[in-house]
Each structure stands twice: as structure tokens, then as C-alpha cells.
Design a protein around this ligand. Structure first.
Ligand code: XBP
Ligand code: MG
Length: 256
């Protein structure tokens, strides 16, 4: 098999974590601090253009608050809000309110069994990734990922390619031996900058992104009885419209 590793983004890719996970967690943290900030679904969609929870709050404070509404101690406040937000996020995950997207458990199990190496390449904070993996894939799944690269290891966030470079370096892999699995334009910019072939599984907040550089674009990875749909990508014509699930033989076949 030419395919040596699958490199997974987290938010939007493994699970739809943004609308019903991070977003309400931010709002609960704002309420904890008696801030009258409220991120509704549509505002949050716009704010997602900024990757990283702390960066997103700084951006909101500078672009959406008038100078009289803007707290003076933002440099102290925002890290505290972020810690509170991540605590609320873990509680939401623990309560079982978020599920894996279709086909994710299947392809991770397939790769694990076939000896295709696995890694995480995300801009999210490490505690959030561990909470999600342990809760949705099981505690043992942490050991299946050879590298879990997060904002804690790599501060420069996507679309910077740094997190992917870190993963390739740690695993001693070349870009063309891997497939990155992403859901967003910022994500694919990061992977494609290094020439990593990228499978895009479009998420609810990222339907209109520019995915023209993708190897393949699908609506999800599909499950037996619940087929996925091919939306585009360089390999779309090779794969054809009849494909119902994205699996390892399919990915290996289009990695040319
Ligand atoms: C998603 C993000 C993150 C999360 C919030 O990144 O942009 O900022 O919205 O997580 P990815 P933090 O899709 O690469 O996982 O608050 O931990 O930043
Ligand atoms: Mg993502």
C-alpha cells in the first residue's frame, strides 16, 4: 500500500463540534464572567474564519464591541475565559451531546487494523482533543495516534502549515505518502501548502469553502446503508459517482 498515514483534523472533521460544542461552551463561559456576549449560530459561523478559541475572542472584542463595551483587561480575561470554555466543552462532550461523523470510526478502525499510521493535526487545545477522542472513540484510541499535534505543541494555527510540518517531521513521512482529512478552507490551505493530498469531508459551517485543490471532496465518509456523495476534487472522475463509502482501498487507489 502506497498510503502510509492518515492525518486527521479534529473540529468539523471527526465530529461536528462547533455549533453545539464549542459555541455553547463559549457562551457559558461568557455568562460565568457576567459578560453580555452571546454568539448565535450565524455570528459564530463568521467568527470561525479566525482559528483558535483565544484568537477568536480577541477578534470578537476588537471587531464587534464598541470601545466602551470592551473590557480593559482582555490579556488576562481571555485566557481565563478560554479555560472556562474548555471546561464547559468537556462537560458537553462527557454528556454525550456530540457524536462522531459518519464513517470516522470505521476508517480509523480500518487504518489501525491495516497498520496505516494515524495522527492528529489540529489547531485546537490538547485537552479538547483528548476529551473528544476518549469519549467518542474510547480511552484506548489515544494510543492509536502516533502523534497528536495541537495548539499546545504548535502555536501558529491553520492556515499556517506548521502543524502538518510538525506531524511529518515527527513521523518521518513525506507529504505524498499521507492523506490529510480536513473539513475547512483554513484546514486545506495548511495541508496543501506542504503538498499533502487532502480529503475534504465538508462540515456544516464550511459548505462554501474553496476546496479546488482537494484530492476528493465528499459530504461525509459514508456508512454501509447510508452512502456518501462525491462533491468534487481532482480524483472525483476516477472514483465515479457510484461510490458509497470512503475506505482505505479507495484512498490508496487515488493516491497517485
Ligand atoms: C478548530 C478551531 C478551534 C476550535 C476551538 O480547529 O478553530 O479553534 O473552534 O478550539 P481544527 P480552541 O478544525 O483545526 O481542529 O478553543 O481549543 O482553540
Ligand atoms: Mg476543522
Amino acid at each position: 500500500m502506497r498510503l502510509k498515514a492518515l492525518l486527521f483534523d479534529v473540529d468539523g472533521t471527526l465530529a461536528e463540534t462547533e455549533r453545539d460544542g464549542h459555541r455553547p461552551a463559549f457562551n457559558r463561559a461568557f455568562a460565568d464572567y457576567c459578560l453580555h456576549w452571546q454568539w448565535d449560530e450565524s455570528l459564530y459561523g463568521r467568527l470561525l474564519a479566525v482559528t483558535g478559541g483565544k484568537e477568536r475572542m480577541f477578534h470578537f472584542a476588537s471587531e464587534y464591541l464598541g470601545s466602551s463595551e470592551r473590557p480593559e483587561d482582555l490579556d488576562t480575561l481571555i485566557p481565563e475565559l478560554h479555560t472556562a470554555k474548555n471546561r464547559h466543552y468537556a462537560a458537553i462532550i462527557d454528556a454525550g451531546e456530540i457524536s462522531l461523523r459518519p464513517g470516522i470510526r470505521r476508517i480509523i478502525n480500518e487504518a489501525h487494523k491495516a497498520g496505516v499510521r494515524l495522527a492528529i493535526a489540529t489547531t485546537t487545545t490538547r485537552v479538547n482533543v483528548i476529551a473528544l477522542l476518549e469519549s467518542l472513540l474510547g480511552k484506548e484510541s489515544i494510543g492509536w495516534f502516533e502523534v497528536i499535534a495541537t495548539a499546545d505543541e504548535v502555536p501558529d494555527k491553520k492556515p499556517s502549515p506548521d502543524v502538518y510540518q510538525y506531524v511529518l517531521d515527527q513521523m518521518g513521512l513525506k507529504a505524498d505518502e499521507c492523506i490529510a482529512v480536513e473539513d475547512s478552507e483554513n484546514g486545506i490551505k495548511a495541508s496543501i501548502a506542504l503538498g499533502i493530498p487532502t480529503l475534504v469531508t465538508v462540515s456544516e459551517y464550511n459548505r462554501d469553502g474553496d476546496f479546488s485543490e482537494a484530492l476528493l471532496v465528499v459530504d461525509n465518509l459514508g456508512e454501509p446503508g447510508s452512502p456518501c456523495h462525491v462533491l468534487g476534487g481532482r480524483a472525483a472522475s476516477v472514483v465515479g459517482e457510484g461510490v458509497s463509502t470512503v475506505d482505505l482501498p479507495l484512498l490508496d487507489g487515488i493516491l497517485t
